[in-house]
Design a protein around this ligand. Structure first.
Ligand code: 3SL
Length: 251
């Protein structure tokens, strides 16, 4: 297995694709998607454009859909949800489709949607994603961070490092054998340094600070947890992710 990490959708190659692409937006889009599916959402459908989201969701009965829209960290006017994973409780999302558009996370998913397997990952489902990839045995894996408007983000890179570390340990190979680019080594180093202080790392992150200004402390705390959910969101058709459940995780 050869693993590459790209910090942003903009840095991700467009002329080739990996066998398996993993999109990461720890704060907060992929954490929200994992939580929604774990809470019983029927599927998650992603859009970069808000108008397209409104049009597509119009074909669904109001009690079968949730419209989630985030820009600049805030809820878009007229939408049911913003982008907080804590809104995704079973009573609110169970049996419904989550139609979601966020500033960066949904763009990362769209950037890799041509890959044969597309997964959404966050720290909260890290181990389940590692196990899914190990079962799949792809030759090439890309982890694509969402970053923030084209820039590197600490939280996505540390999550990429956490996934890479999980693969490295399970495969029992050397870093040289696994890593297809330098970003893999950088991400693993970041994870090894901060793995026991992920919430502290989020306080240093520019988007962590932005969310704290928006009073989203509970979201930061929730998203900094590792391996608490066993759901793996996998793309079933372009832009539509459904649940792939790994065996229950014993914490
Ligand atoms: O950029 C994104 O896609 C969002 O996850 C940003 S926020 O955490 O909702 O502000």
């Amino acid at each position: 297995m050869k693993l590459s990490i790209f910090h942003t959708p903009e840095q991700t190659p467009t002329t080739t694709a990996a066998d398996c692409a993993i999109a990461v937006d720890v704060l907060r889009a992929t954490s929200t998607m994992v939580t929604a599916l774990s809470a019983g959402a029927e599927a998650v459908q992603v859009f970069s454009d808000l108008d397209e989201l409104l049009q597509a969701s119009e074909h669904w009965l109001p009690d079968k859909r949730i419209r989630a829209g985030e820009r600049g960290g805030a809820t878009v006017d007229g939408f049911d949800f913003g982008n907080s994973p804590l809104e995704c409780t079973p009573d609110r999302v169970g049996g419904r489709r989550l139609f979601i558009s966020t500033t960066n996370g949904t763009r990362a998913l769209q950037q890799v949607q041509a890959a044969p397997t597309v997964i959404a990952a966050a720290l909260i489902n890290r181990r389940a994603v590692v196990e899914y990839v190990l079962d799949l045995k792809p030759e090439t894996v890309w982890i694509v961070g969402s970053g923030w408007e084209g820039s590197f983000s600490l939280e996505d890179t540390v999550c990429a490092g956490a996934i890479a570390e999980g693969l490295l340990q399970a495969l029992g190979c050397s870093l040289e054998e696994l890593a297809a680019n330098d970003e893999v080594i950088g991400a693993i180093s970041l994870y090894r340094q901060w793995q026991d202080r992920l919430l502290d790392l989020f306080y240093h992150a520019s988007h962590g600070k932005r969310l704290l200004r928006l009073k989203c402390y509970e979201d930061l705390k929730y998203c900094s947890q590792t391996d608490i959910l066993s759901v793996v969101p996998v793309q079933r058709e372009p832009g539509v992710l459904v649940t792939e459940r790994q065996p229950a995780i014993v914490c």
